[in-house]
Design a protein around this ligand. Structure first.
Ligand SMILES: [Zn+2]
Ligand SMILES: [Zn+2]
Length: 433
């Protein structure tokens, strides 16, 4: 059977099996769960995979799932990933404010469509490698207190689901990774192949001064003034940012003092630094700490930093992206298949892209902004069915003919970090200073 006939069969299967997938997407969309708590979602996805003939490993990083098309371990092995978690949105009527306004339920629909079609087609014997389907927990970088508690209890070591899966060896037998993500305000069929994106590091900052009656401030050390000086130093350093590093620093004051009648002695901030490569991200972190520290030095306040890790920049593989866009053009008009040079937000898929060839293309079919109250799917074909066909075709291209294309991409690829160096880096980003 030739490649286009195989693709056509898979596409037909995706169409024929779309109704139960779309029901499931709707159900998960109506029952969003936040990171590392996606137990119901995980059960539903797992049941669907089992029903489709897959044996699954579950409970990975609490809620993650992994399964593979061929039972035997065959390389190269390509992971197709979807994310399980929702995002908080203040307009949500739910107590935990969870929503699926980042469209991760749509990703799960894509994953299940592809997994089901490959199983039903019986074409695994003509593919020269394997496909792992991975449902990953906790992509959204939120609820840091809760994740700190999980970390303290030893339930997780890292705050991102993919980071945790990497550390637990789930990607050890994986040679490349693909996922798709919704692009906000794109209510029509669309594919945007993202090249790069910013990483982030989160940090909590505490200024410790000396309390005194506010009428006799000479007896105290004003931690709020120290913090304001630190903020001004951070703002002054912005003019030194190089355009190519795409640096961002943003922060909030979470505690500004206790009573206006007392000299503030305990002032707290939360801060994110973002940059588009690991070197500049670490430099920016050091620079930012130095600036915040200067405010403390000027007034004699102590400054404490608690690093909370973050996500690495996104560095997508050009060859995989190009194959994906070639397949996208089979389903989507030319002017709606684009290259997106830079993705401003951060994702733990960035971590994956440092270890293996990987891509994170954006797809349409949704209206409203990501994470916003007006986000909604408006075109299930564009959001789920067409992306599933494009992913399936890309996987077939990579693995057909003894996986020649995948082997060639792997041969040309040099990882940006090895796994031990990567895990050391993550650990260093949890250090308290
Ligand atoms: Zn999101
Ligand atoms: Zn997302």
């Amino acid at each position: 059977m030739n490649i286009s006939a195989i693709k056509k069969d898979i596409h037909t299967l995706i169409d024929e099996q779309s109704a139960p997938v779309l029901d499931l997407v709707k159900d998960i969309g109506a029952h969003p769960e936040l990171g590392f708590k996606e137990f119901r979602t995980s059960n539903i996805v797992n049941d669907f995979l089992n029903h489709s003939g897959y044996e699954t490993k579950r409970g990975l990083a609490l809620t993650g799932i992994k399964t593979q098309l061929k039972k035997e371990h065959v390389r190269p092995n390509i992971a197709f990933i979807a994310e399980l978690d929702g995002i908080t949105c203040s307009e949500s009527s739910r107590k935990d404010k969870a929503t699926h306004n980042c469209g991760h339920n749509l990703q799960l629909g894509v994953l299940l469509s592809v997994a089901q079609a490959f199983k039903k087609s019986g074409i695994s014997s003509v593919l020269g490698g394997n496909i792992s389907f991975i449902a990953s927990p906790a992509e959204e970088y939120i609820e840091l207190e809760y994740r700190s508690e999980l970390r303290k209890r030893g339930d997780i070591r890292y705050f991102g689901g993919k980071q945790e899966l990497i550390s637990r060896g789930v990607f050890d037998d994986v040679d490349a990774a693909i996922m798709v993500h919704s692009q906000g305000n794109t209510p029509y069929p669309f594919v945007g192949a993202v090249n790069t994106g910013n990483g982030l590091i989160a940090e909590m900052i505490r200024y410790i001064g000396k309390s005194a009656h506010a009428a006799v401030p000479d007896e105290g050390i004003n931690a709020l003034n120290a913090a304001i000086l630190g903020i001004n130093a951070v703002n002054a350093m912005r003019e030194t940012f190089r355009d190519e590093d795409r640096n961002r620093v943003h922060f909030i004051i979470t505690k500004g003092g206790d009573a206006v009648n007392s000299v503030p002695s305990d002032v707290r901030l939360e801060c994110f630094v973002r940059s588009c490569n690991v070197v500049s991200m670490l430099q920016l972190l050091e620079q930012t700490e130095k600036s915040f520290r200067s405010g403390g030095s000027a007034l004699g306040a102590k400054v404490r930093f608690k690093r909370l890790s973050g996500y690495l920049p996104l560095m997508c593989n050009p060859e995989l992206n190009s194959l994906f866009t070639v397949n996208a053009r089979q389903h989507i008009p030319e002017n709606r298949v684009k290259t997106i040079d830079f993705f401003k937000a951060s994702t733990d898929m960035g971590d994956i892209t440092h270890l293996m060839p990987a891509i994170h293309p954006l797809v349409g079919g949704v209206d409203g902004a990501l994470h916003a109250a007006d986000f909604k799917m408006v075109d299930a074909t564009a959001a789920i069915i067409t992306p599933a066909k494009i992913v399936a075709s890309t996987l077939i291209d990579l693995l057909s003919g003894n996986a020649a294309k995948m082997r060639s991409i792997t041969g040309n690829y040099r990882p940006l970090l090895t796994k031990p160096v990567y895990l050391d880096l993550l650990d260093s980003l949890f250090r308290n200073n």
